[in-house]
Design a protein around this ligand. Sequence first.
Ligand code: NAD
Ligand code: WQD
Length: 335
Amino acid sequence: MAILITGGAGFIGSHTAVELLNAGKEIVIVDNLSNSKAEAVRRIAQITGKEPKFYQADLLDRPAMEQIFNENNIEAVVHFAGLKAVGESVYKPLEYYHNNITGTLVLCDVMRSHGCKKIVFSSSATVYGMNNPVPFKEGMPTSATNPYGYTKVMIEQILTDLHTADPEWSVVLLRYFNPIGAHKSGLLGEDPNGIPNNLLPYISQVAIGKLECLSIFGNDYETHDGTGVRDYIHVVDLALGHLKALSYAETHTGVEAVNLGTGVGYSVLDVVHSFEKACGKPINYHIAPRRAGDIAKNYADPAKARELFGWEAQLGLDEMCQDLWNFTVKNPQGL
Ligand code: NAD
Ligand code: WQD
């Protein structure tokens, strides 16, 4: 019996693949490499000493998905595959809805026809929208402000409806906060195309000299130093959360939304200072206007993951920055 990892060559999927292999699980990876490289799969093998089965295929390609399920005994799916750039989704809405929603529909239909009814889905804290008070709790109303966010809200609804129609389904909706860091080995990490949108890849490229200066988007928020506060979580902690979610799904049917965050919020300046310690040099930054769509503070109430899964994040901000810096130094050109 194997676990299928969609998007397993990507940032979070590759780290999860490592932890599943280390836990002795059999895995199959499907990825179209639209935002990743086959090198990530080789590195998963290098770290674990185990070769994962890899299909370079698109979720939208139904015959290819059928073939994967025909050739493997898939017991559960961890579904990471999707497009994830918030800004890009605003000017490419059709691409985002088609890839993320239709991809999920094809996947679930093929799962259903093979009697595979366990899915762990990569949702996002973005579903808490702009109006909920922090800390975010799973029972709060969900909403979105951009096509990317809507794909997460909609897929949560689709998977919930699937369980309503057939209560044998086991659905875990993992709402990630801000995943950062890299594997301790320095072999795996985030490898964005072009100029990064997210804070940590941007800072690391400033530190390595690829980018000149970090723009800090606003210093007049109602936070301890005026800059935006987020719940950064080490990608390896996040990966381990998926193992717990899979164990839960093995023994429970139903639908559960679960936050994966630390419960601690750090400001942009806190992150800059932690990264400066990690890389041993100052980060060049200036204060820029607020970025459209940003909120002041965003952090999790992590209690449900502790109660349901017995999972809790272990690694702090300094370790996240150290591991990202180690990865950046070892892979100055990415993977
Ligand atoms: P990523 O882009 O590194 O990984 C996603 C992978 O999916 C990529 O390797 C890409 O090539 C693949 N993919 C995309 N569309 C596909 C398709 N149609 N068929 C096959 N493969 C396809 O992103 P990530 O940071 O690892 O994120 C993984 C998941 O977690 C995504 O669904 C993302 O929306 C979600 N998420 C990410 C974050 C974050 O900040 N990184 C936060 C919350 C949620
Ligand atoms: C973090 C903080 C910025 C870049 C995004 C998605 C969210 C989820 C995680 C997928 C904010 C500030 C950033 C920069 C800055 N992804 N910043 N200068 O926006 O919290 O979340 O990734 O689901 O949906 O929206 O992450 O890393 O972009 O920003 O000052 O160059 O850093 O304003 O306060 P965000 P981020």
